[in-house]
Design a protein around this ligand. Structure first.
Ligand code: ADP
Ligand code: MG
Length: 411
């Protein structure tokens, strides 16, 4: 370790000591560091004192080598796999970086600096931690003995605005016609499931779809870890809570869905369906709370429907399988399936209409060769006609084409 690093580390300890003992004056950290350096390192020449100040400040308040990465707007995710391996994701691609920490201890300091202000910590007894930074970014920490790679830190950067449907069209995720049809479907209160693998962009697309919910509606969002950023003003955000160390206090997505029904929602947006909430959501959708949006982890649209069915079956012990299947068929109108392309970009591969067929759930693909076909008959068609035919329906929220215009959505 360089002498300046050693000194900076020691000064940082002093700073913490002073804060603990209440000795610290009311002045800002910068002033405190300056005063400390002036006093303790008087003999150093001015440029070195300034460098020392900067280093102590970074050590005391910043995230050290991660700081420049987090300052880079193109970075979506920062992944630290032990002190010597830091990766980032930019434009959907993983890239190694030059950033390193001195040691496991140095990295743990950074972890502490992230978690402490949030009132969270990790140690050998509880080596896992999920947290949200004040700016909305998500943090996950896993340390030894669970991690054999040293302390691991994953930060998913929060995008202030999120992608809009327009952005998804612009970056090639979504065909313009598909964006128009989906915006129309959301406005028409169709219930939509976004499916795909981990990191395929489901939450991002859900967020974009939510932009088509009319501004006067009351929206309740329910998530495991709050990621959604709706543009509307009348939004109530609920976040589930894990059990505490003693195993108490857990509040599940399912409980929140049930609670949301008593909050007079116009729309319920569930970040991801992955448990018993599937049943409550299906029941809600079939009893007048239509127009809900959610995501589900699945390999295909039919897999998505099957998964919701399975989750609901597991939650509703004793419910006949046929009844649950029927509920899925009548609750869900559309499945939007997407995947990550090998080059890191994302693509909506399928827009699938869900139809009831004898004895089960049928599907109809609406996206053929990149063009989307507007359904002509059936439940969804009727919904779309209602909105599309409304006399005062203006330009579509996405591309400016008139909703229902043949060239925009039909081919
Ligand atoms: N359509 C997209 N184009 C480019 N990047 C995207 C797109 N959708 C998501 N991403 C990026 O991919 C990462 C994961 O997206 P997310 O929506 O959280 O995925 P999922 O919910 O499927 O796990 C985020 O960092 C996000 O910025
Ligand atoms: Mg997600």
């Amino acid at each position: 370790m360089e002498p300046i690093e050693e000194l900076a580390g020691a000064l940082r300890e002093r700073l913490i000591e002073r804060a603990r003992s209440g000795e610290a004056s009311g002045e800002g950290v910068t002033e405190q560091v300056k005063a400390l350096v002036e006093r303790e390192a008087m003999s150093l020449p001015e440029p070195e004192r300034a460098a020392l100040c900067e280093r102590v400040l970074l050590l005391a308040t910043g995230l050290g080598p991660l700081e420049p990465l987090l300052g880079d707007p193109a970075v979506d995710e920062v992944m630290v796999n032990g002190p010597a391996a830091v990766y980032v994701e930019r434009h959907g691609r993983l890239q190694p970086t030059e950033a390193t920490f001195e040691s496991d201890a140095d990295l743990m300091h950074a972890v502490e600096r992230i978690l402490a202000p949030l009132g969270r910590r990790v140690d050998e007894a509880s080596p896992l931690c999920d947290a949200r930074l004040p700016d909305g970014s998500r943090v996950n920490v896993v340390i030894p003995p669970l991690s054999l790679t040293g302390p691991c830190l994953t930060i998913r950067r929060f995008r202030r605005q999120g992608f809009s449907l327009r952005d998804l069209v612009a970056n090639g995720t979504l065909a313009p016609g598909a964006a128009d049809l989906l915006a129309l479907a959301v406005a028409a209160r169709a219930s939509i499931l976004v499916s795909g693998g981990t990191g395929s962009g489901k939450t991002t697309t859900l967020n974009a779809l939510s932009g088509a919910i009319p501004g006067e509606e009351r929206i309740v969002t329910i998530e495991d870890a709050a990621e959604l950023r709706l543009r509307q003003r009348h939004v109530v955000r609920l976040e589930a809570r894990p059990a505490n160390l003693e195993g108490r206090g857990e509040v599940t997505i399912r409980q929140l869905v049930r609670n949301a029904l008593r909050m007079r929602p116009d729309r319920i947006v569930v970040g991801e369906v992955r448990g018993g909430e599937a049943l409550d959501l299906l029941q809600a959708l079939n009893t007048g709370h239509d127009g809900s949006l959610s995501t589900v982890h699945a390999n295909s649209p039919t897999d998505a429907l099957r998964r919701v069915e399975t989750l609901a079956l597991m939650a509703g012990v004793g419910l006949p399988h046929d009844a649950v299947r029927e509920q899925v068929a009548s609750a869900v109108d559309l499945v939007v399936h997407q995947a990550r392309r090998p080059d890191g970009s994302r693509a909506v591969q399928s827009v699938t209409e869900v139809v009831r067929v004898a004895g089960g759930v049928g599907t109809r693909e609406l996206l053929v060769n990149g063009a989307v076909r507007r359904p002509r008959e059936g439940r969804l068609a009727e919904r779309l006609d209602q909105v599309g035919a409304a006399p005062d329906s203006g330009a579509s929220p996405c591309t400016g084409a008139s909703p229902g215009s043949e060239e925009a959505v039909a081919r």
